[in-house]
Ligand binder design. Structure first.
Ligand SMILES: *Cc1c(COP(=O)(O)O)cnc(C)c1O
Length: 470
């Protein structure tokens, strides 16, 4: 299996070569030359597999240059009961009305990001050792991604993590989760500013090419291909859990921001998994909903991005969306390049009606949106009718799934976080605290390790330099 860029300017490369890559050298996103096709016979053989067995069967189709025994051991170490709390890894919970919730948030940081990041940590360590290289990950986080990356990379040989977060702006729970890590290779840097200031510093460091090369600076952002592949696995697992035979079809509803999670669903469907429809749920930041309703993709700036009670979806430029549009255009890299030139110029684009219709008819995409009041109402309704407390992002998904579901359709809603992470909104909805999973009692009282800096890339670079030298 070889990998190409959506913008057509990269010679085909192997999985190990693209694993540590952010953007492709031509600015595009990496995709396989073609998607492996899974027939009925293979689905029948896979139905009874454990999560790790299934993950191995799927990921080996994409990571063809990693020896099978090595890959198997990496996967077996990533998806364990000890890390994800159950043998099933991603249990399915049925609601009373044809909906089901696929639990993806039982990993160490209580959000679905762990599903991919835990594998990435082990893959990175393996590939770096094989190449005899080191990697220093620099990232910015407003919550979920940073902590998932830190828990995946802690203690890994050859890897240091420098994670910027806005000083005092995360929830006490999120703060405690990240800053209480005492591992020597994890470095928390609180920046006196907003999330955007953190991201600007990361960009400034990335653009200092000499510094970046000298200190082997890399990222783990959501465009990383291995993260997408790892997420393909739970669509298969969710499908098997929700059906009695491979004759059936199901639809998935996905709370979306950067389009990484649902992009994995698109790939599973292209591989031949019997997915009826892919339901995109957005919050008040509805760029994706606008696209699937009108064919116009109009990313917005920070000034036009709302701060909401489902904060991990407060995104107005969906970085993985380019992968889907590439497929929608019949993999025409030239046309895609033109469209993204318009995106980069701040204009966005509008597709011809025929292509907009194809997104729904040929690729199964539909969308809906949910706002704060919907979120509260859904949290209350699911708690009252099914006795389940869902988080704010998952609530957005359930709201949209109920709105779009057709009679008889099974819709699997992906759970993207646990409510314990968003206690304020749960209290607003239910007038009580969300349940806290075992092992997280007293988290806020643990000692914390963090340095505080002004929003100044020069100071951050000096800190990285000094830390790596010591
Ligand atoms: C990251 C995240 C999302 C959005 O997922 P994308 O892959 O960016 O579309 C939704 N909910 C939660 C809780 C998240 O952490």
């Amino acid at each position: 299996m070889r990998y190409i860029s959506t913008r057509g300017g990269m010679a085909p490369q192997s999985f190990s070569d693209i694993l540590l890559m952010g953007l492709a050298p031509d600015g595009g996103l990496v995709l396989p030359e073609s998607y492996p096709q899974i027939g009925r016979e293979q689905l029948d053989a896979w139905r009874g597999l454990s999560y790790a067995e299934l993950a191995f069967e799927i990921i080996r189709l994409f990571a063809t240059d990693i020896p099978a025994d090595d890959l198997k051991s990496i996967i077996e170490r990533s998806y364990t009961r000890a890390v994800f709390g159950s043998e099933e890894i991603t249990p399915l919970k049925r609601l009373h009305d044809g909906l089901a919730i696929l639990e993806l948030s039982n990993g160490p940081t209580l959000a679905f990001k762990d599903m991919a990041m835990q594998l990435l940590g082990n893959l990175f360590e393996y590939v770096l050792a094989r190449k005899g290289e080191r990697l220093n990950i620099l990232g910015a986080t407003s919550g979920d991604t940073g902590s998932a990356a830190e828990y995946a990379m802690r203690g890994k040989a050859g890897i240091q993590v420098f994670m910027l977060s806005p000083d005092g702006l995360m929830s006490p729970f999120q703060r405690a989760q990240m800053y209480s890590l005492q591992d020597a290779n994890i470095h928390n840097i609180a920046i006196q500013g907003m999330f955007d200031d953190c991201q600007d510093i990361v960009k400034a460091v990335q653009n200092d090419h000499a510094f970046k090369a000298r200190h082997k600076i890399g990222t783990v952002n959501s465009i990383n291909w291995a993260r997408v592949v790892a997420q393909v696995v739970y669509y298969f697992k969710g499908y098997f859990n929700a059906t009695a035979s491979n004759e059936e079809k199901v639809s998935f509803c996905v709370p979306s921001g950067n389009f990484g999670n649902i992009c994995a669903g698109h790939i599973a469907r292209q591989m031949g998994l019997p997915i009826e429809r892919l339901l995109v749920a957005t919050n008040e930041n509805d760029v994706l909903d606008e696209f699937f309703r009108t064919g116009a993709y109009r990313p917005r700036g920070t000034a036009n991005t709302y701060v909401t009670s489902s904060p991990s979806m407060d995104i107005s430029k969906a970085s993985n969306f380019e992968r889907f549009v590439f497929d929608l255009l019949g993999r025409d890299a030239e046309t895609l390049k033109g469209l993204w030139r318009q995106v980069d110029a701040g204009q966005g684009f509008e597709l011809p009606a025929a292509q907009q219709i194809a997104a729904a008819e040929a690729f199964g995409f539909v969308s809906g949106k949910s706002c704060h009041a919907d979120r509260l109402a859904t949290i209350r309704q699911v708690a009252a009718e099914d006795g389940v407390v869902v988080d704010t992002h998952t609530a957005d998904g359930i709201k949209v799934a109920r709105e779009l579901r057709r009679p008889g359709e099974t819709v699997v809603c992906l759970e993207t976080a646990l409510p314990a992470k968003f206690a304020d909104t749960i209290r607003e909805a239910l007038d009580r605290d969300p349940p806290r999973p075992e092992g997280f009692e007293g988290l806020e009282d643990l000692p914390q390790k963090v340095v505080v800096f002004p929003a100044d890339a020069v100071k951050v670079k000096a800190y990285i330099e000094q830390t790596l030298a010591s």
